[in-house]
Design a protein around this ligand. Structure first.
Ligand SMILES: *Cc1c(COP(=O)(O)O)cnc(C)c1O
Length: 227
């Protein structure tokens, strides 16, 4: 299967899932997760109409920023160390994985140096299982409140990475819980905070995520093949 054919299929599945959920398909955006994939694959996908690409590793993203000249939008979706932020400052459109104040402060500082504002999502560890990135549900509102005070970042919503990768039905309660949390945060009406984005769902479960309100689905394997 080719990248462009895979993309067409995924976009069709997104459309169908949105319609089944009674949602406008235009409210769901596809993040093509290109970690471990060469720049050539990204360019192929871009030429097939894909614009948003998600990367996990800064050491891999930085060379790609130079190699890919096309007007793609880069999203950082993986765990991010504060000392790596300076390498991507002003160069990515969104960071999905803000889960602590020290990281938020460094993003704010580095984007401030560039004179730009960074869109971020707060990553929440919904299941509480495993040691994995993400603020606890209980801590999320406080983190959003503190992030809202930083001038060079803008909170756009929430992200989660559930621990069940194989069973879409098992992940679904996590997706539903993230949506409930997002509504609870929105109800606080925190100044400068927007809860419009819900980043959830991957190759195995993006349709379930769309049923539960995902606005950004992060799909790698189903587009680019096995890593
Ligand atoms: C790798 C990754 C994805 C994509 O996973 P696939 O199963 O290949 O679609 C999505 N989100 C995050 C945070 C990832 O690390």
């Amino acid at each position: 299967m080719s990248i462009s054919r895979n993309l067409a299929q995924i976009n069709e599945r997104i459309r169908a899932a949105a319609e089944k959920a009674g949602r406008d398909p235009a409210t769901v955006r596809l993040v093509a997760v290109s970690k471990t994939r060469p720049a050539a694959d990204i360019i192929t996908a871009f030429q097939a109409g894909q614009t948003i690409f998600g990367e996990n590793y800064i050491q891999e993203l930085v060379p790609k920023l130079a190699e890919v000249q096309a007007a793609v939008q880069w999203h950082v979706i993986g765990h991010l160390q504060s000392n790596k932020v300076k390498y991507i400052a002003g160069r990515v459109a969104m960071i999905h994985s803000v889960d602590r104040m020290s990281l938020a402060r460094e993003i704010d500082r580095q984007w401030g140096i560039c004179g730009k504002i960074c869109d971020v999502l707060i990553q929440v560890n919904i299941s509480g299982e495993r040691t994995k990135s993400g603020i606890t549900e209980e801590g999320a509102i406080q983190l959003v409140r503190e992030c809202a005070l930083l001038p060079n970042i803008r909170v756009k919503g929430l992200m989660t990475l559930p621990p069940f990768f194989d069973d879409p039905d098992a992940a679904r309660p996590c997706f539903a819980e993230l949506r409930r949390l997002s509504e609870a945060v929105a109800a606080q009406q925190i100044t400068a905070v927007d809860m419009g984005e819900l980043s959830m769902g991957m190759s195995g479960d993006f349709e379930a995520a769309i049923q539960e309100g995902a606005t950004l689905v992060r799909v790698g394997t189903a587009i680019f093949g096995n890593r």
